[in-house]
Design a protein around this ligand. Structure first.
Ligand code: ADP
Length: 603
């Protein structure tokens, strides 16, 4: 007995120490922490009761002795009961939050606990007391032993059921419990006077201090600060990029507009027109780079949203074919296009992103193929309301080395530079493509033979809106008759006004130019009638959005207003349409887009 008293004293000392350390530090309010708090308190109480039973002679105050014996048993039982709660928490399946586990089980557990405590208190207890040996026995003690036995059995079954997860830290205490208690039961069977139960419970409690999820609050606070800083930096980056996009696009609008006009000028010498065309090409590349950087940073900041709408399949693919043919230009490339005839006419999905994905692949095929063919194929697998689009773009181009294929989708990675040095690019296209495909829950795969060609295949699911098999519509080429129609151009930048009216000049419209939202409102208030208003958004003092709101407040105002903006980061079109604009035109103004707007609102 004297030897076990030292064990109890040691257990009491380190449990006090752990209690001081544990309670002095701030903790997170997890369920495990709450349970652990009880385990420490119960351990302390049972050690104190055990020590008082060992030190104070029975004869001094027998009544006190009997009370302490019961306290001791209640503490031991409570420790075991709390430990069972810990096992439940560890084994709690995150996904199954049934009302049984969240409501009924805790109530059942509490009832069982109270009934058991009453049993321990009511059942008789005997005390064996000789000068050399002291121990308690009888029904009350047996009850506690029986519970320990049951919990052991439960723990063993639990561990066997979860044997694959035993490496996780939170399972360690349950393993300790089973192993130590098997040892304790064997030792106590041999010598019941050895008081080992309590020191073992305390030892497990002490070990749990290191296994329980108890992240340092200071560390959490520091992580929070770091996260906030990172989020702020990221927001600043996105803001910077959006401003940069605007700043670059505004002068680009002028460059593209004027060089386009020069390139088409019949009176200019051929060499000058060619130079203008080169300027136009360089500006297009610059624009592509700006767009690419914006897209990738938006994706990385998780700010790129997939916007699903109904769309006409054929329109999307017809446009892609036109753009690719323009990109191939004079090259000796046979462009083959095959669209599955059973494709539904109207689908539901993000067609803007779908187009971007496919256009990236087609543009690459055109860029990296000198001669031969480009095969653009769309097949479908339809199941219920879902249509899986399987789009493949195959070329007979330069191909990709096998060991380089895994670098293909990394941003800013350009392969085979010695061959590609003359081909413009940023190495962003495929990185964006892959991320967009993933955002749309699709897949992209690549097969390539170096020197022979490549094949990119994308599979994306889209919802079917109309089962009717669509018939490819001819691209509209009805003649335009818009001459004399009145258009109001609103932009604070004189150069931009000049570019826009120059682009509109061929339609022989009646154009009025104003330099601010105020002037635009004055025009409408002065009862001037317009058929269309092209309104810049980012203007000082009164933005385009504010101007639009004011215009809409004017009685009888019903002129279509199209936003003209250099703020062209993804998602802007949707934002402006939500703001109440009829349509959206990004700067630099695309001639084809402008024509579409004119057709739609003035024809
Ligand atoms: P880039 O702007 O350079 O075209 P991408 O991300 O679109 O950037 O492509 C990354 C690299 O992958 C390219 O630089 C090129 O080396 C290679 N690549 C992409 N598509 C093809 C293709 N169809 N044939 C051969 N190489 C390709």
């Amino acid at each position: 007995m004297t030897s076990t008293i030292f064990l109890s004293v040691a257990a009491l000392l380190y449990t006090i120490l752990i209690a001081i350390v544990y309670f002095s530090k701030p903790r997170i309010g997890s369920l495990e922490n709450k349970i652990y708090k009880y385990l420490i308190l119960v351990s302390l109480l049972s050690l104190v009761s055990e020590l008082s039973l060992t030190i104070i002679p029975y004869e001094t105050v027998p009544a006190f002795y009997n009370i302490m014996l019961k306290v001791y048993l209640v503490c031991c039982f409570s420790w075991i009961a709390t430990f069972v709660a810990y096992i439940f928490i560890v084994g709690k399946n995150e996904t199954s939050k049934s009302s049984f586990t969240t409501k009924k089980l805790p109530i059942m557990y509490l009832c069982l606990y109270v009934v058991s405590l009453l049993c321990i208190l009511i059942l008789p207890i005997e005390f064996y007391n000789t000068p050399t040996t002291k121990y308690s026995y009888g029904p009350s003690v047996n009850f506690v032993f029986a519970t320990v036995g049951l919990v052991m059995l439960f723990s063993i079954i639990f561990l066997l059921k979860n044997w694959k997860r035993l490496k996780e830290k939170k399972y360690y205490p349950i393993v300790f419990f089973v192993v130590f208690f098997i040892m304790v039961v064997i030792i106590q069977k041999i010598n019941p006077s050895l008081l080992l139960v309590n020191s073992t419970l305390s030892f497990i409690t002490a070990l749990m201090y290191f296994t329980i999820e108890n992240p340092d609050m200071k560390m959490i606070a520091e992580l929070d600060i770091a996260r906030n800083q990172a989020e702020r930096a990221n927001a600043a980056k996105t803001d910077f990029l959006s401003n940069m996009s605007h700043e670059i696009r505004t002068p680009l609008n002028a460059i593209v507009g004027f060089s386009q006009s020069l390139a088409e000028e019949k009176d200019m010498p051929l060499s000058s027109r060619e130079k203008a065309r080169d300027i136009l090409m360089a500006s297009d590349n610059l624009l592509e780079i700006v767009n690419g950087i914006l897209d990738i940073s938006k994706i990385e900041a998780n700010k790129l949203e997939i916007v699903n709408t109904e769309y006409d399949m054929h329109k999307v693919f017809d446009e892609l074919v036109l753009l690719t043919k323009a990109r191939i230009g004079e090259k000796a490339i046979d462009f083959r296009y095959h669209l599955d005839s059973s494709i539904p006419a109207v689908l539901y999905g993000d067609y803007v992103r779908l187009k971007q994905i496919i256009l990236n692949l087609l543009t690459n095929a055109a860029k990296y193929t000198k001669e031969g063919f480009i095969d653009f194929k769309i097949s479908t697998i339809q199941s219920g309301k879902v249509c899986r689009l399987i789009i493949s773009v195959e070329d007979s181009g330069i191909g990709i080395k096998q060991d380089k294929i895994n670098k293909l989708f990394m941003k800013f990675e350009r392969l085979d530079l010695e061959k590609n040095i003359t081909i413009e690019g940023t190495g962003l296209g495929l990185a964006i493509t892959k991320r967009l495909v993933e955002l749309m829950h699709g897949r992209v795969v690549v097969q390539s033979v170096y020197g022979k060609g490549s094949k990119f295949t994308v599979a994306i699911d889209q919802k079917i809106v109309s089962e009717k098999v669509g018939v490819s519509k001819q691209v509209e080429d009805t003649p335009l008759s818009v001459g004399g129609k009145k258009v109001l151009l609103v932009d604070d930048n004189k150069l931009n006004l000049k570019v826009a009216s120059m682009l509109l000049s061929k339609y022989e419209l009646d154009i009025t130019q104003v330099g601010s939202g105020y002037e635009a409102i004055d025009q409408i208030l002065a009862q001037k009638q317009y058929d269309l208003i092209l309104l810049d958004d980012m203007m000082p003092k009164m933005s385009g959005v504010e101007t639009l709101q004011k215009l809409k407040g004017i009685d009888g105002f019903s002129t279509p207003v199209v936003v003209l903006t250099a703020n062209a980061i993804s998602g802007m079109r949707e934002k402006y349409l939500k703001d109440g604009f009829q349509d959206y035109l990004a700067k630099p103004i695309d001639k084809a887009e402008l024509e579409k707007v004119i057709r739609k609102y003035l024809n």
